[in-house]
Design a protein around this ligand. Structure first.
Ligand SMILES: Cc1cc2nc3c(=O)[nH]c(=O)nc-3n(C[C@H](O)[C@H](O)[C@H](O)COP(=O)(O)OP(=O)(O)OC[C@H]3O[C@@H](n4cnc5c(N)ncnc54)[C@H](O)[C@@H]3O)c2cc1C
Ligand SMILES: NC(=O)c1ccc[n+]([C@@H]2O[C@H](COP(=O)([O-])OP(=O)(O)OC[C@H]3O[C@@H](n4cnc5c(N)ncnc54)[C@H](OP(=O)(O)O)[C@@H]3O)[C@@H](O)[C@H]2O)c1
Ligand SMILES: Cc1cc2nc3c(=O)[nH]c(=O)nc-3n(C[C@H](O)[C@H](O)[C@H](O)COP(=O)(O)O)c2cc1C
Length: 587
C-alpha cells in the first residue's frame, strides 16, 4: 500500500486496495487535502456516533422521569445522552439529531401533553423537514382505559418513519403501571442503538444531564399521616369537596406550589367483598403478582385495579370467557357500543354479564393491572406550611346500572383513611405550572371547583415571598352559600390587599347558568389590559368542558379588545403560550 495512504482510517480490505491504487496516481497536495478532510470527518463521526437525544413530552412528569432514567442508563453504557423537553425544542434542532429516543404521554382525549402541543403540531404538519437518516425508537405512555390509548406516541412513531427515520427498536405502549415495560424498552432500545453506534464503553462514568434522583416515587412512596379533613361544602350542597392535610414532619418530602401530589389508594372492603361474593373465590387463596404472594382479598383491596374496564382488558377476559355476545361487542367496528358498555360499569358487572366458568383466582389476577395512584393539585405552599401538604378533593359518588358506586381514591380519602392513619404519597412535579419568577408580574387565575387548589398554593407562596405582583382570581361553583371553597381565606387576602380582584360565578344561583368565562367576558377590557401589561394567565380544573370554553373566551377577549383579526388573536394567544404566560393544569 502507498505511503501516502491516510493513517488510522478504518477501511475494509477491498476499499483499502482500491484507494491504494488511486493514491498511487495522486499528487501530494491532493493527498494532503484528502487526508485532512478524512481525519476531520472521522473525528466528527466518532463524536457524533455516540450522541443520543432523549426527547420527552409530559404533563404529570412520568415521561420526564423515564427520560432521565433512560439518559442515565445510556450514559453508563458509554453514550453521550442528553434529555430535551418538547416544550423547549424546535424542528430545526431536531433536524440535526442523528439518534433519538422519544418518550411521550397522551392526555385529554388523545391529545398531546399541554406543553408539547406546539411541537407536536409542527412535527405533524407539512412544514416538518425530512429527517433521514435519524435512528429512533418511541416509548408511548398512556392508560388502557382511554379510548385513544397511547395515541400521541403512536403518532410520533409513524411520523418519524414517514419523515425518513429508521426505527431501530419497536415502539412500546405502556399502561399506567409502566415499570416493567419501560425496563424492557429502554434495555432493548439502547442495545439496538449500541449495535449500530460507536459507544465509549471504557468510560461509564460519563456525567448525565439528569437531576439527582427524587427521594420519593411510585416505587418508593412517602408514608404520610392524614392530619386534617374538612368538608368545604355547607349543609345542603350537592357536592362533597374535602380539604385534606398530610403531615410531612420528618419525611423530608418537598414540593413546590404548582406541583401535584400522587396518592396510592386502596379499594373499599365493601367492593372487595362484593367481588369475592360474585366470584365465589376463597378470600384466603394465595395469588402471585410480579413474584410477590398475597391473599386474594389483599390483592383485590390494595394491589389490583378492580374497577376500571378497558377494551384490552375485556379482550383478555374473553380469551377465558369465550362469550359470543362479548366477542361480537368487541369486534363491532362501531367502538361506541363497547365504550357505552364500559362507561359506568366495573369488573363485577363483567363477571355477572359474561360469566367465565374457567376463571380461577390466579387467572383473574393475571388479567388485572395494578391499582394506579391518583394525582391532586397541591393546595398549599411549603413556604407557608413547611410540615404539611394540602389537597382539595371532590368526592366521586354516583349510581349506575342499579348499583351505588364511588371513585376509588376520592372515597378512600374521604371515608376510609382515618385521621392519623398513613397513606402512600409522592410528589409529581409540574415544572410548567409555576408562578412567574418575577414576583412583580401580575397573574390571572381561573379555577372553578377543585381547580381552586393550586391558586390557594400560589397565594400562600406570594404572601410568603412578599411578592408585589397583582393577583386576580376567577372562581365558580354551584351555589354561593354552600360551595364558595375557602371563602374566608379569599376575603382575608382581599382585605390584606394580596388578592387585587376576585370574580365569582355561582352557576346555579340564578335561572341562567353563569360560568367563570362569562365573568371574564364581563371584565374583558380590564383583563386585556392586564395581559398587555405582561400578566400570566393560569387555568386549573375540568379539562373536558371548562378549559375549552375559557380558552374560547380568552381568544374572544384578545380579538375584540385588541381590535385584531381572528388569526391575529390566535397568534397572540399562541405567543402567550410560547412565552409561558398561558399555563394550564387541567384534568
Ligand atoms: C394533574 C391532575 C390534578 C388533579 N387535581 C385534582 C384536584 O385537585 N382535586 C380533585 O378532586 N381531583 C383532581 N384530579 C382528579 C383526580 O386525580 C381523580 O381523577 C379523581 O379524584 C377521581 O378519582 P377516583 O379514584 O376517586 O375515581 P375513579 O375510581 O378513578 O373513578 C372516576 C371514574 O368514574 C366514572 N364516573 C364518575 N362519575 C360518573 C358518573 N356520574 N357516571 C358514570 N361514571 C362516572 C368515570 O369513568 C371517571 O373517570 C386531578 C387529576 C390530575 C391528572
Ligand atoms: N374530566 C373529568 O371528568 C372531570 C374533571 C373535573 C371534575 N370532574 C368531576 O366533577 C366533580 C366536581 O368537580 P369540581 O368540584 O372540580 O367541579 P366542576 O364539576 O368542575 O364544577 C365547578 C363549576 O364549574 C361549572 N361548570 C360546568 N361546566 C362548565 C363550563 N363548560 N365552563 C365553566 N364552568 C363550568 C359548574 O357548573 P354546573 O355544575 O352548574 O354546570 C360549577 O359551577 C367531581 O366529581 C370530579 O371528579 C370530572
Ligand atoms: C385527564 C387525563 C387524560 C388522559 N388521557 C389519555 C388518553 O387519551 N390516552 C391515553 O392513552 N392515556 C391517557 N391518560 C393517561 C396518561 O397518558 C398517563 O397517566 C401517563 O403515564 C402520563 O404521563 P406524563 O406524566 O408523562 O404526562 C390520561 C390521563 C389523565 C389524567
Amino acid at each position: 500500500m502507498s505511503d501516502n495512504f491516510p493513517k488510522n482510517t478504518p477501511l475494509t480490505p477491498a476499499i483499502s486496495e482500491k484507494l491504494a491504487s488511486l493514491f498511487s496516481e495522486m499528487q501530494i497536495d491532493e493527498i494532503n487535502w484528502l487526508r485532512e478532510h478524512l481525519n476531520a470527518l472521522a473525528k466528527k463521526t466518532a463524536n457524533k456516533a455516540s450522541e443520543l437525544m432523549v426527547l420527552y413530552g409530559t404533563e404529570s412528569g412520568n415521561a420526564e422521569s423515564l427520560a432521565e432514567q433512560t439518559a442515565e442508563k445510556a450514559n453508563k453504557l458509554g453514550f453521550k445522552a442528553k434529555i430535551s423537553n418538547m416544550a423547549d425544542i424546535s424542528l430545526a434542532t431536531l433536524k440535526k439529531v442523528d439518534n433519538l429516543l422519544v418518550i411521550v404521554s397522551t392526555w385529554g382525549e388523545g391529545d398531546p401533553p399541554e406543553t408539547a402541543i406546539e411541537f407536536y403540531e409542527a412535527f405533524m404538519s407539512d412544514a416538518a423537514p425530512k429527517l433521514d437518516p435519524i435512528n429512533f425508537s418511541v416509548l408511548a405512555l398512556g392508560d388502557t382505559s382511554y379510548e385513544h390509548f397511547c395515541k400521541i406516541g403512536k403518532d410520533f412513531d409513524s411520523r418519524l418513519e414517514n419523515l425518513g427515520g429508521n426505527r431501530l427498536f419497536q415502539r412500546k405502549d405502556c399502561d399506567v403501571d409502566f415499570d416493567d415495560e419501560f425496563a424492557e424498552w429502554s434495555d432493548g432500545a439502547l442495545k439496538a442503538f449500541s449495535s449500530v453506534l460507536t459507544v465509549d464503553t471504557s468510560s461509564n462514568t460519563a456525567s448525565t444531564q439528569t437531576q439527582t434522583a427524587v427521594k420519593y416515587s411510585r416505587k418508593n412512596p412517602c408514608q404520610s399521616d392524614l392530619s386534617e379533613r374538612i368538608n368545604l361544602n355547607g349543609t345542603g350542597s350537592a357536592k362533597e369537596t374535602m380539604h385534606l392535610e398530610f403531615d410531612l414532619s420528618d419525611t423530608g418530602l418537598t414540593y413546590e406550589a404548582g406541583d401535584s401530589l400522587a396518592v396510592q389508594p386502596k379499594n373499599s372492603d365493601e367492593l372487595v367483598n362484593a367481588l369475592l361474593e360474585t366470584t365465589q373465590f376463597d378470600p384466603s387463596t394465595s395469588v402471585s403478582i410480579k413474584e410477590e404472594t398475597y391473599s386474594l382479598a389483599e390483592a383485590f383491596k390494595s394491589i389490583l385495579d378492580i374497577t376500571t374496564l378497558s377494551i384490552p382488558f375485556l379482550t383478555r377476559y374473553n380469551g377465558i370467557a369465550n362469550n359470543q355476545a362479548l366477542a361480537d361487542l368487541l369486534e363491532d367496528e362501531d367502538k361506541s357500543n363497547i365504550q357505552s358498555y364500559i362507561n359506568g360499569r366495573d369488573l363485577i358487572d363483567v363477571l355477572v354479564d359474561y360469566p367465565a366458568k374457567e376463571l380461577n383466582p390466579q387467572s383473574l389476577v393475571d388479567l388485572l393491572r395494578k391499582l394506579p395512584p391518583r394525582l391532586y393539585s397541591i393546595a398549599s405552599s411549603q413556604k407557608a406550611h413547611p410540615d404539611s401538604v394540602h389537597l382539595t378533593v371532590a368526592v366521586v359518588r354516583y349510581e349506575t346500572h342499579g348499583r351505588k358506586r364511588e371513585g376509588v381514591c376520592s372515597s378512600y380519602l374521604a371515608d376510609r383513611l382515618d385521621l392519623d392513619a398513613t397513606a402512600d404519597v409522592f410528589v409529581t412535579p409540574n415544572k410548567n405550572f409555576k408562578l412567574p419568577k418575577n414576583t412583580d408580574a401580575p397573574i390571572i387565575m381561573v379555577g372553578p371547583g377543585t381547580g381552586i387548589a393550586p391558586f390557594r398554593a400560589f397565594m400562600q407562596e406570594r404572601k410568603a415571598l412578599g411578592a408585589k405582583g397583582k393577583n386576580w382570581l376567577f372562581f365558580g361553583d354551584q351555589h354561593f352559600i354552600t360551595d364558595f371553597l375557602y371563602q374566608a381565606e379569599w376575603q382575608t387576602y382581599q382585605k390584606e390587599g394580596l388578592l387585587s380582584k376576585i370574580d365569582l360565578a355561582f352557576s346555579r344561583d340564578q335561572k341562567e347558568k353563569v360560568y367563570v368565562q362569562d365573568k371574564m367576558l364581563a371584565n374583558a377590557r380590564e383583563l386585556f389590559s392586564w395581559l398587555e401589561s405582561g400578566a400570566y394567565f393560569y387555568v386549573c380544573g375540568d379539562a373536558s368542558r371548562m378549559a375549552h370554553d375559557v380558552d374560547k373566551a380568552l381568544h374572544r377577549i384578545v380579538q375584540e379588545q385588541g381590535s385584531i383579526s381572528e388569526e391575529d388573536a390566535v397568534a397572540y394567544v399562541k405567543n402567550m403560550k410560547t412565552e409561558k404566560r398561558y399555563l394550564r393544569d387541567v384534568y
